[in-house]
Design a protein around this ligand. Structure first.
Ligand SMILES: [Fe+2]
Ligand SMILES: [Fe+2]
Length: 130
């Protein structure tokens, strides 16, 4: 699978901390892609999922707090999107047996690229740079 190329111009949401966290998540997905091309163990796959999950929880919490503070009218819709993804990730984590890693990577890569470009970009006009 192709690694995700981080392009700051394309992915920047205008808020430094959010950009940094998005980039970290993308790098972790790239790490999973690299792992999938090795003779990985179930423990290694599980460890990678747990690390991504921890970062995702931290990121969603920070992002939702910022949107709440800004009083955005799309907070509820945005939080629902985060919650749905969190449920799906937890489900994949619970059933991680090392099989279907490529499918999970595709799910993660597609969701994050689409979410940043379509959903997170909605708050870009609120910020210049913080
Ligand atoms: Fe988001
Ligand atoms: Fe985000």
């Amino acid at each position: 699978m192709e690694r995700i190329l981080w392009d700051a111009k394309k992915f920047s949401v205008g808020y430094t901390l959010m950009d940094a966290q998005h980039q970290q998540i993308v790098e972790m997905i790239n790490g999973l892609i690299d792992l999938s091309e090795t003779e990985f163990t179930v423990q290694e796959a599980l460890h990678a999922y747990v690390k991504i999950s921890q970062l995702v929880v931290k990121h969603f919490g920070a992002e939702e707090a910022i949107l709440r503070l800004e009083g955005t009218d799309f907070l509820e819709e945005h939080t629902k999107s985060h919650d749905l993804f969190s449920d799906q990730l937890a489900d994949r984590l619970a059933h991680c047996n090392g099989l279907g890693l490529e499918d999970s990577i595709k799910f993660l890569a597609n969701w994050w690229v689409a979410h940043i470009l379509n959903e997170d970009m909605k708050y870009k006009p609120l910020f210049t740079d913080i």
